[in-house]
Design a protein. Structure first.
Length: 134
């Protein structure tokens, strides 16, 4: 169902946000005054993290495309609202903006707008910054 796929997309978005934060910490760590081998290890872990983020973004984009092509915009929007209420009822914070983002991108796909990975990543980074400020 649309709700299940939106849930998957939201979980993937959360994973990307968490991984981006971890990569930022690794990059920061690699620029500290620490032994060269430790810097090298940190850079390698950050590079591996970037590859994982890229794969997760691809999976998320495929999921959003599938939602957009399989379900009408009204269904996607309604199922997104139901999913947000379910997360609220279970007291799982922070998913409403991710669900809204997923619904918006899926509806854009339905209207023929392609998903641009850099734009999606920028929006996820923006959500990451908003979460950090809370």
């Amino acid at each position: 169902s649309a709700k299940s796929e939106l849930r998957v997309s939201s979980y993937l978005a959360r994973k990307v946000i968490e991984d981006l934060a971890q990569i930022a910490k690794l990059d920061e760590f690699a620029n500290m005054s620490i032994p060269e081998q430790t810097k090298k290890d940190s850079r390698a872990r950050a590079a591996e993290g970037r590859q994982n983020v890229d794969l997760t973004l691809n999976y998320m984009m495929d999921t959003l495309k599938q939602i957009g092509l399989d379900y009408p915009a009204a269904t996607t929007g309604a199922q997104g609202e139901i999913l947000k209420r379910e997360f609220e009822a279970r007291k799982v914070p922070g998913y409403a903006p991710l669900i809204d983002l997923s619904v918006r991108y899926a509806q854009n796909v339905r209207s023929g707008k392609p998903i641009v990975k850099n734009e999606l990543t920028a929006e996820l980074r923006k959500l990451q910054e908003q979460e950090r400020k809370k």
